[in-house]
Write a protein of this length. Sequence first.
Length: 350
Amino acid sequence: MSFEIPKTQKGVIFYENGGELHYKDIPVPTPKANEILINVKYSGVCHTDLHAWKGDWPLGVKLPLVGGHEGAGVVVAKGANVTNFEIGDYAGIKWLNGSCQSCEFCEKSYEANCPKADLSGYTHDGSFQQYATADAVQAAKISKGTDLTEVAPILCAGVTVYKALKTADLAAGEFVAISGAGGGLGTLAIQYAKALGLRVVAIDGGDEKGELVKSLGAEIYIDFTKTKDIVKDIIEATNGGPHGVINVSVSEKAIEQSTEYVRPCGTVVLVGLPAGAVAKAQVFGAVVKSVSIRGSYVGNRADTREAIDFFERGLVKAPIKVVGLSELPNVYKLMEEGKILGRYVVDTSK
């Protein structure tokens, strides 16, 4: 099988942080010896893409940059050293594009913590283009026949929340609170939690998000715009507080509150990354309640494989809205305004 690969392609690129997002013709990259070239069909849009564009994280971003790290497509070329992908295979571009494979973190499967990690849509041109490269070791394997539109958000949002739930280390039947439940990560977190046998407390604002999270399996919905004492309400609704909390919201206050309503001996997992935020906890309460506060970054290759397997078995599905790649600047605007419900996916052909 062979594909005709063009010299140029459509993509969205920016040349300075916060600068114009240009939808234009750009060169098609050539894969290195260890890389595959993927004809990206669809790409999810993540809040991290907004941070990369703004440059407001304490982590240097490549400029100019093509963003995106939830790309799903078809392998159309591969480097000389690639043995685990064949031309025509389905493959995914995820946040972790490559790692050194030889440091202590890679040896222990903490590949995302590798000091030489290469990040799609941040230090490596990502999936907001029709053709993108990925390290073959880290690229996600997707089964033939999988709906590439639907699987795209799993490659970051799905893997991220699945890893966070594993980090919380909860038992079936226990309560997990998901703060920011109505967004792209939260809606998937609800479904993974249900698939793992957990009871879900969804926290977000507004009736529309309340209807959405309940339709996905949330047992309890707490609307922070209506409650007068969110800590008290959550503790009462769960008869003592949730056993774990997954913070995917980008609210510093919500993170602080989660350390107050979590059940004694429970685990608070930090996932969302509000720029410049500080995680606060009352030391007395955290000590007396024996609360664990843990950070959870993106998953490794095994987490990715498992997260995709849940999707391919029909247990999780991201609520998505598909728009053309040319409409990406408007999606960024909606993210800035906090108006995203579920997950946007861009079709690179439009």
